[in-house]
Design a protein around this ligand. Sequence first.
Ligand SMILES: Cc1ncc(C[n+]2csc(CCOP(=O)(O)OP(=O)(O)O)c2C)c(N)n1
Ligand SMILES: [Mg+2]
Length: 563
Amino acid sequence: MPSLNEALADELVRQGVTRCFGLFGEDVIQLGVQLDKRGVEFIAARHESQAISMADGYARVSGELAVAIVSRGPGITNALTGLANAAKGRNKLVVIAGDCDPGTRGVIYSKWADQKLLFDGAGIPFVTIDSPESAVADVAAIFDRARTGELIVVNLPGEILEATAGDAPSTVELPPGQPGGGEPAAEEISVVADVLGETWAFRRPMILAGRGAARAGAREELERLAERTGAILCTTLMAKGLFDGHPYNVGICGTYSTEPAVELIPQADVVLVFGAILDPLTTVMGSMFPNARVIRFDRDPEQAERGAVPVEMFVEADAKLAAAALADELERRGHQQDGYHDEATRSRIAEFRLEDTIRDQGAPGALDPRFVMIRLNKLLPAERTVVIDNGHHAAFSTAHLDVPGPDAFISPLEFHCVGAATGMAIGAVYARPDRLTTYIVGDCGLLMTFGELETIGRYQLPMLVVVVNDAALGAEVQYLRALGLPDKMGTCPAPSFAAVAEALGFEAWTVETLDDLDRLEGRLDKIERPILIDVPVTCDVRADWVELLMSSGAHGEKEPAIS
Ligand SMILES: Cc1ncc(C[n+]2csc(CCOP(=O)(O)OP(=O)(O)O)c2C)c(N)n1
Ligand SMILES: [Mg+2]
């Protein structure tokens, strides 16, 4: 029998793994050697958290299962942030994590940490394999479960990997995995159709679609439903771009809403929510549609108890199947309502141009980030993947950069982790090399994950990195200013990103004026090597949500919800 390292490498190849991301230690590097022998590409990160984020980004953009390998002890404590983020993001990920066998006490015991406790504490689903006999079958079962849309960490003591593999059946207990969804119950669809039939009471229906709807590919069905009901369409941040081009699409619902959305959404008297968790940002602390009855369609029954607004009815189903069933039922009943659909609404949406509502407050060397993004939006090719790190700057790129669809957009707000998106942007390049990955990051977010700039340079990844550089923890500066406090503690000069990036193999320059961005013109359809532009921006343009959340009291005691 082969060693478990060999047998596991064979199993990963059988599972269709062609590349994995990671950072080795002595416990897992022989598995790496075996994978390399079998032609599996390995993308070597500089920090374990980012290795996980790379796999996470790959899974988000490709929709495929991604694999990462990290080492035990300090490798795991380093990986925790990326793992916690990935667990919240609910993507198809398997992470092979070394662990210390208790028998290694005195040899490698200095690396021991109670990894199970760490995973548990951070809400990270994991499985510990402690028998080489069944390990291959266990890993196969874990892959199947992860494909339901779940991160699973395979916690594997290094010593087991060196033992002889066996062919015993799987013995491990798996995490529950994601619910399958499926068809909605006909009676429930009938009740929803009854509610919508009360047209004297429900004149302003709205459809809100989240990541679940985007992943289910529900656009067509939801637009059909909008046509029957006269609903306006909007999305959560995570599903940005889903309805772009539809005449009754008002874009993102919540703290990132534009003027037409802010006027129209609160008028809704019934909201049909598909695959969205209704968090405080989407609902602006529950205040976004105060007079509406809320009906939710979600494949996860646990969501029924969650969300920042009370829910009238919860239908357990896949978003696409639910939307189709409801549209069919309404059609069968001959239900046809105008709702919001009239010339006034249509032209309000069509004629609104966000850039006409703002005035450039920038100066050379301290640009207005909104106008930077407006210019960039024109320069980027239509086929783009936009990855936005967390921070104050994120509001501007989210508002002004278009995306071809939700799978071309990553904004990992589920854990509000600054720096999380650096690895995700790298994963996105591998997932869709045919699109230009554009990574928008703040100065602090990039410095936190600076090692991965070297990874981008080392692999000569053809991506664009835009540093929105306010020489500050901008979100904290805004928070302090909103509280009337001095902002000194939030500021910090940044180095010359262009010089460092050049040394690492990028083409890079510092932008002084908006016109300097035009150096990108005509160049971005196909780039051969990474480009970084360092864009100095003013701290004096405040994103709208800062005020919104401060006035709603959402900032709590210490840590503002804005971070
Ligand atoms: C890992 C982590 N540390 C700290 C924070 C708190 N935080 C939120 S935004 C922010 C500032 C980020 O600065 P930068 O990347 O430069 O973006 P900016 O806000 O300046 O646009 C910080 C420190 C966080 N959310 N995540
Ligand atoms: Mg900053």
